[in-house]
Design a protein around this ligand. Structure first.
Ligand SMILES: NC(=O)c1ccc[n+]([C@@H]2O[C@H](COP(=O)([O-])OP(=O)(O)OC[C@H]3O[C@@H](n4cnc5c(N)ncnc54)[C@H](O)[C@@H]3O)[C@@H](O)[C@H]2O)c1
Length: 381
């Protein structure tokens, strides 16, 4: 397949690009370095330095003998994006190109505005570019489980049947996000659903939970192929951050009661899920939605797991509850359905002690690069 990956320099985008290239797909990646620039602006370096995207593609070529086409530019620039879609003519677009941090989106007006305009415009532009230049192309969009919030009823896979005054219909499952970032994802879903209904686009929206992990089959082949890994409170997802905190003896910071439950998945499973979605495309005029998680944990359970494995490896690990800086429920019902991707063949990698030991090994190798002052960012909402 010809696969266009928007956000191909990111945590998920770069490993996806290499995995699909290795499998023989024709891959083109697009990125404007927003993520790297935000990290630089907020003094939150990743765990190790990374070659730029053009260099990464050259290293990948040398290691695998396969090419990845690179285009540096902004998906919010319509002329740029439509030209890529026109000239590359993708069968599938994988849309990762968004500002992905909830705390960043709640920092201040400027960060909120950037999140809102970047995320909605990039989605809007890819919809138009596909319609104009590749109308049969399947859009695979990364959404988030955070779109649903934490309702006091079971969370369905995208849709819900409602019976009202004796009549029935099927609707998007109600969304009620708890950060501006997550709200932009709700808006993305609405935009996509509108254009699917109206123009007959083919779209899969993946409601993904927080991802953890550093290694995939491809990143392991050469350390210069590693993916970006942040451990600060702005860009580091919780498991990744806890492992780094454990390695440097920084308390694992649990917000409030720590009963916040979410669905998680390994970075290897993200790639597998996106591939499954790509290989089972939506029909014209269909919006497919999958809940992309493999298991659920409370923050307390995660902290306990990381602390236990850290202690086995000789680290002094303390778990510390701090006043919750976020507006969120600290204890709640949480029962999402996530069978769709398993039905397509997903074989999950669970968060076992062995997996955590593997993460610790990598982080310990880079211990000298960890700057404790970068961890706490004090974002409140
Ligand atoms: N990582 C997770 O745990 C997680 C969980 C749920 C959903 N997601 C979603 O998955 C997607 C990828 O997440 P990630 O963790 O890889 O984030 P990331 O920040 O590492 O990757 C996104 C990439 O897109 C690029 N980008 C952003 N806006 C752009 C634009 N306008 N034009 C071109 N490039 C642009 C960034 O520079 C970055 O390289 C995001 O949409 C995110 O919301 C991620």
């Amino acid at each position: 397949m010809r696969v266009l990956i928007l956000g191909g320099d990111g945590y998920l985008g770069w490993p996806t690009a290499m995995a699909f290239s290795r499998k023989g797909h024709e891959v083109c990646v697009v990125d404007n370095y927003l993520r790297r620039n935000m990290c630089r602006d907020f003094d939150v370096d990743p765990l190790y330095p990374l070659p730029n995207l053009l260099e990464r593609a050259k290293i990948w070529q040398a290691v695998s003998n396969k090419g990845i086409q690179v285009s540096i530019g902004d998906c919010c620039d319509y002329e740029f994006l439509r030209e890529i879609v026109r000239s590359f003519s993708p069968d599938t677009v994988i849309h990762y190109a968004e500002q992905p941090s909830a705390p960043y989106s709640m920092l201040n007006y400027k960060a909120a505005k950037l999140t809102l305009s970047n995320n909605i415009e990039s989605t809007f532009n890819i919809i138009w570019a596909v319609r104009e230049h590749a109308p049969n192309c399947h859009i695979v969009k990364l959404g988030t489980m955070g779109e649903y919030g934490t309702p006091n009823i079971d969370i369905e896979e995208g849709w819900i049947d409602i019976e009202h005054n004796g009549r029935r219909d099927t609707f998007l499952y109600p969304r009620q996000a708890s950060s501006l970032y997550h709200t932009t994802k709700v808006q993305d879903t609405d935009l996509l659903w509108f254009y699917v209904r109206t123009w007959g686009l083919r779209v899969t929206d993946l409601m993904q939970g927080p991802v953890y992990g550093l290694e995939t089959e491809e990143t392991k082949q050469d350390e210069r192929l590693a993916t970006i890994f942040n451990y600060d409170e702005l860009f580091g997802t919780v498991v990744n951050r806890f492992v780094v905190q454990a390695v440097v003896g920084y308390p694992l910071t649990v917000y409030g009661k720590g009963g916040q439950i979410r669905g998680y998945l390994n970075i290897r499973d993200t790639i597998a899920c996106v591939e499954l979605a790509m290989l089972h495309p939506a029909a014209k005029g269909e919006l497919k939605i999958y809940n992309q998680v493999t298991e659920t944990f409370s923050v307390n359970e995660l902290a306990e797991k990381v602390a236990r494995v850290g202690q086995q490896r000789g680290h002094q690990v303390e778990v510390k509850s701090i006043e919750n800086p976020r507006v969120e429920k600290e204890e709640h019902y949480y029962n999402p359905t996530y069978t769709g991707l398993k039905d397509l063949g997903l074989q999950p990698h669970f968060l076992t002690d062995e997996v955590l030991h593997g993460m610790f090994e990598v982080v310990e190798r880079h211990k000298d690069n960890i700057h404790e002052h970068m961890i706490f960012r004090g974002v409140k909402w």
